[in-house]
Design a binder for this molecule. Structure first.
Ligand code: IPE
Ligand code: IPE
Ligand code: MG
Ligand code: MG
Ligand code: MG
Length: 294
């Protein structure tokens, strides 16, 4: 069995090979294409597409089968980052180790690059490359739209903006984090598995796992904003503090935040008890979510 580091690196490489191919289309205006590629190629951990693959593999599927879903989720995530960094939102200058999209291309191009990546994702999803169960594919598209839009990430971002400078209860903060980050992570885990025909019981377990690691992922992000190294993170740190963002450390303190993320990850691994060795990557990713340095 390969280490989780090797698993992540190998899949990141495979994902990037496919991801960059989608934009090789002469009909995309060159400035827009440049802005889209700038953020897509800047790097990133590719954790959502890796989760699509690990979810598929946990139920006997393969990376190749779900690569289009993996790439679509990374495009949606990259769109969310470009817009999250805009002056009207978090107003950050550094992302994935490089100046943010709007710093390089200007606000208009950054907004449009985000819009185009979001639409591109659904364009890819609606043209699955293999013979597939269309009813199932439609359900996956609807799950991903739900997790991305008003009831998911976008809704969470709205609550995030409205909560800046306010003191939320722990429950309100959990809700915010579940929406802005948890929903997209959860749907990454379930959509690959659904595409590979997983049973209802398996999907339910994977959904629980996704929700647990999704919340832990955003708690870890909040902690890294305080304790991480800017060099390793590749984005502006102490940014939440400066803006008075509602974060786990600001509401429950650093020590309790660390206890909570640990306990979420233990629960996530326990949820996978009925899965065999094929779920080892998911177990490794769960640990990685809170042990990561970037
Ligand atoms: C950052 O996501 C935004 C959050 C939801 C916390 P990632 O930490 O996955 O960022 P990249 O993709 O690796 O750059
Ligand atoms: C962003 O949360 C979540 C998104 C949906 C993009 P943050 O604002 O904390 O993400 P970073 O720290 O800028 O990556
Ligand atoms: Mg934000
Ligand atoms: Mg931000
Ligand atoms: Mg953050």
């Amino acid at each position: 069995m390969m280490t989780i580091e090797t698993y992540l690196a190998k899949n990141k490489e495979e994902i990037e090979k496919s991801l960059f191919d989608y934009l090789q289309d002469e009909s995309i205006p060159s400035r827009l294409k440049e802005a889209m590629e700038y953020s897509l190629k800047a790097g990133g951990k590719r954790i959502r597409p890796i989760l699509v693959i690990a979810g598929a593999e946990a139920v006997g599927g393969t990376a190749q089968e779900v690569m289009h879903i993996a790439c679509a989720l990374e495009m949606i995530h990259t769109f969310s980052l470009i817009h999250d960094d805009l002056p009207a939102m978090d107003n950050d200058d550094l992302r994935r180790g490089k100046p943010t999209n709007h710093k390089v291309f200007g606000e208009a191009a950054a907004i449009l690059a985000g819009d185009a990546l979001l639409a591109e994702a659904f364009y890819i999803l609606s043209k699955p490359p293999f013979d597939c169960n269309l009813k199932q594919m439609l359900k996956i598209i609807s799950d991903i739209a739900y997790a991305t839009g008003a009831r998911g990430m976008t809704g969470g971002q709205q609550i995030d903006m409205a909560s800046t400078g306010k003191r939320l209860s722990e429950g309100e903060l959990k809700h915010l984090h579940n929406l802005k980050t948890g929903r997209l992570i959860t749907v990454s885990v379930t959509s690959g598995a659904k595409y590979c025909g997983a049973s209802r019981e398996k999907i339910e377990a994977l959904e629980k796992y996704g929700k647990l690691i999704g919340l832990a992922f955003q708690i870890a992000d909040d902690i890294l904003d305080i304790e991480g190294s800017e060099e390793e993170m590749g984005k502006d740190l102490k940014s939440d503090l400066k803006k008075g963002k509602a974060t786990f450390p600001s509401i429950v303190g650093l020590i309790r935040s660390k206890m909570m993320e640990k306990s979420l990850i233990e629960d996530a691994i326990n949820v996978l008890s009925d899965f065999g060795k094929s779920a080892d990557p998911l177990r490794g990713i769960a640990r990685y979510v809170i042990e990561r340095k970037n």
